[in-house]
Design a protein around this ligand. Sequence first.
Ligand SMILES: *Cc1c(COP(=O)(O)O)cnc(C)c1O
Length: 376
Amino acid sequence: MSIKPKKQIEQLKPYPIGMTLEDIQSKYQPKKLRKMSDNENVYGFSSKVTEALRSSLHSLSLYPDATTERLCEQLSYQHKVPKNYFLIGNGSEELIRLLTRAFISDGDEAIMADITFPIYKSNVMIEGGLPVFVPIVEGTHDLQAMYEAISDRTKMIFICNPNNPTGTCVDPSELKKFIQKIPAHILVVLDEAYDEYMEQHQKIDSITLLMEHPNLVLLRTFSKIYGLAALRVGYGIMHPTVMEQLIKVKEVFNVNKLGQNAAIVALKDQPFVKDCAEKNLIERNYLSRRLSEQNLSFFPSQTNFLFIYNLGEIESLNERLLQQGIVSRFFPFPQFNGSMRLTLGTREDHETLLDVFDGLYTKEEVANNGSQSSLT
Ligand SMILES: *Cc1c(COP(=O)(O)O)cnc(C)c1O
């Protein structure tokens, strides 16, 4: 007999981890492996980071700075927000956990999109809270329906903007109005993990809004455009009254030393960030245009990935992609009739992908897949 976990843990499933790259390499033996499954930066990270890591190595025997003082100072300078508004996490995933840990009690409700970053749901459930799912519309958060879902048990609202896995963002003026009308006792968590990939006209000035609304929390990360996913550094920007509670539930030394030092240097190298965003935009437009020409369905993206759907049966497609070394993520969402999320890569990665797609679907199949999905 196994030991019974808490009731809510029994209902959870572990996050699906795909095959390892080594397994894929030995099974499919592609000429080149292209990891396009986790939205990492295909252009790597700032070259200045390497030196920062090297010079951190002499002090590995000492715990890292528990207050992450220097990184907060750099962020404060970068964002023009007081230093005491920044809380650094072991990835922004940790900040999601700290938020639910500190604020979600048994039976509290947290509103989120039905198809979004799955970590919101699991953390709410771990605390005994109830996730309230609001269906996305055309891949995007339905802010009106989310507002209507507020009840007297609502404690938190998660907005992933742009949304993972669909890549879409909400209309900036709608989002601003939404944040302004949420009652002050409900925490609005705006996850901006892909902010740096957005086009300027799609962004809201979330930092100005934060200054006016102490119930707003912004989440950012060094794992995406900064290319430091392995080092696990993310941050929240929030009112000190919110942070005060999070600090009580966080581990003391939650952010490792290499991560802190790398993040400081990476932040200073904004030309690298700008360059990655520009290259990404060019590739995003290119791949979007080519997919349209092949009549494939996908959502307009403001991120470094595309959500492609109406693919029908996905197993054989995945096999063919893996044979070319393309590792992407497929989803079982019934409403999308076979869907995948593909991290944007280089032009060569995209040509390889398009070659696999080309000729895979006849015109009738594309039309068929489309009509199937409109029935569901
Ligand atoms: C990748 C991602 C994160 C966080 O990643 P960390 O590596 O934990 O910083 C958070 N939110 C969304 C929507 C993401 O896609």
